[in-house]
Design a binder for this molecule. Sequence first.
Ligand code: XCC
Ligand code: SF4
Length: 615
Amino acid sequence: MVKDVRERSTDLASQEMLALAARAGYEMAWDRFEKQLPQCGFGESGLCCRNCNMGPCRIDPFGEGPTKGVCGATADIMVARNLLRMIASGAAAHSDHGRDVANTFKLMTEGKAPSYHVKDRAKMERLMKEYGVESQIALAEAIMAEFGKQEGPIQFTRRAPPKRLALWQKLGIEPRGIDREIVEIMHRIHMGVDNDYVHLILHGLRASLADGWGGSMIATELQDVMFGTPKPIRTEANLGVLRSDQVNIIIHGHEPLLSEMIVAAAEDPELQELAKKHGSEGINLAGICCTGNEVLMRNGIPSVGNFLQQELAIATGAVEAMIVDVQCVMPALGALVNCYHTKFISTSPKAKFPGATHMEFHEEQAYETAKEIVKMAVMNYPNRNQTKVHIPTIKSEAIVGFSVEAIVEALGGTLDPLLDAIKSGAIRGIGAVVGCNNPKIKQDYGHITMVRELIKNNVLVVTTGCGAIACAKEGLLLPEAANLAGDGLKSVCKALGIPPVLHMGSCVDISRILVAASAIANALGVDISDLPAAGAAPEWMSEKAVSIGAYVVASGIYTVLGTVPPVLGSSEVANLLTSGAASVVGGSFAVEPEPEQAAKLMIGHIESKRKKLGM
Ligand code: XCC
Ligand code: SF4
């Protein structure tokens, strides 16, 4: 039984491809999700523990079965430990990405990675000043050292407002070396170590801060140094960016170390020539997920879509190569490419997939490898089966590239116009809408509904990740979208020529939102938790999102989740996260699957903060 495609996605291009996939009998993530239903109640509530081999142990959420694991672990302990495990994995993913970027920066500095160059020297000099070093190599070494640092804080935490820093210190959650905090999670959740749920969760926050203000921020900053700090640029999004007459190459994953090289290789005259020789009109590059966001923000490379569109893109039959690195790449792609001519190319030494061709990528010969990969795609064009090609014509234009630097520039060089608009009430506050797709929620429905409601109520929206791509596809990243905003926000957007929804980048770029929040808080002389601001992840699915949620809350921001995290098995833990946290770190979580309702919660929070600030 195939469900109505309109129940699966709000995106018309996705609906079109879902219908096609259903007719052809191809299985998509939504089909596999349905086969999982009903999902395991123990897992859903966080009450399954496999941390030692006396288990697996389960606790009955209804109190009819066992109430403790073999070791005596209670629901509170199990739920807290499981949550920390998610934070560890998510923080590790972002931070290992950051490490790769830092390592490339170091290799480049040593002259060992000739494909990379400093693109934003001014930013690099600002970083050198921040680190108190005189040379590029000293900067590279200092940043690399953040990962294994045993004592002493991560430098970028110094960007947080003084009150925030003092609070972290008082709570003992100011993060130390990034690797250290993640390893300490893995230690504490081992059988028989930390069994106090409050103590556990405080450490989870500490490790997540090492992600947000450490690994992720390092990734963002050094990517800007090497590939350029994003500036507003016009581009397009959705499956309609694929071309029927060109070699289509999709880059998917997270690290621009590879995708930037592919962008350069796709422009190589030699390969362009080769593409023509093989009967195509040229090479068309498009991105998906966050590596797509990276090259979208910096080069205007169009986005073919967000997380739930990776299989749909292949089902167009028009993709010569799907090149992937790390994170959010469905192993399902391996089987799906068998039905088409598409080459599924894995590149990271850390990530292999069944059914993929592995063309390992190393920084030292980055451009050469990128050229080889693009060449493989080009040579694959004659294998395209034209009878299987179906590209939806749907796409939307978007203006992207709102780094903090670009926002300040759009404001005329200072934050003042934004602060004035917030103080006067023309803009009520700022809403950060971020995160994934998840088949538990109709694709993009959560993002779009929430964002529309926020801007209608004069809340300026900043967005990253797959949420940002949803907004791009919906036309919400265009200055014209200001017409959907309330009068106050509309007039500010029109005066500045900016969209009411600002695309700030990939998910590691949520660090940009932290920097912006700090700058605004510092300008007002308050803490981040005092700001009329709220965050949301209406369709989140990944463990990275759990780490993000944790560091955003630990940074003082109220955050609404649209899909339910596996914590409801412990009312103590759930209460701590949704209410207790507010009095400890100034931020807290809420869970609200209905996006319009969730937006109302955010607006309510923003209004209460305005009142407290006397605005
Ligand atoms: Fe992945 Fe970053 Fe989530 Fe999209 S939003 S599904 S994590 S690609 Ni980050
Ligand atoms: Fe069971 Fe405790 Fe072992 Fe977990 S750590 S599997 S609850 S005995």
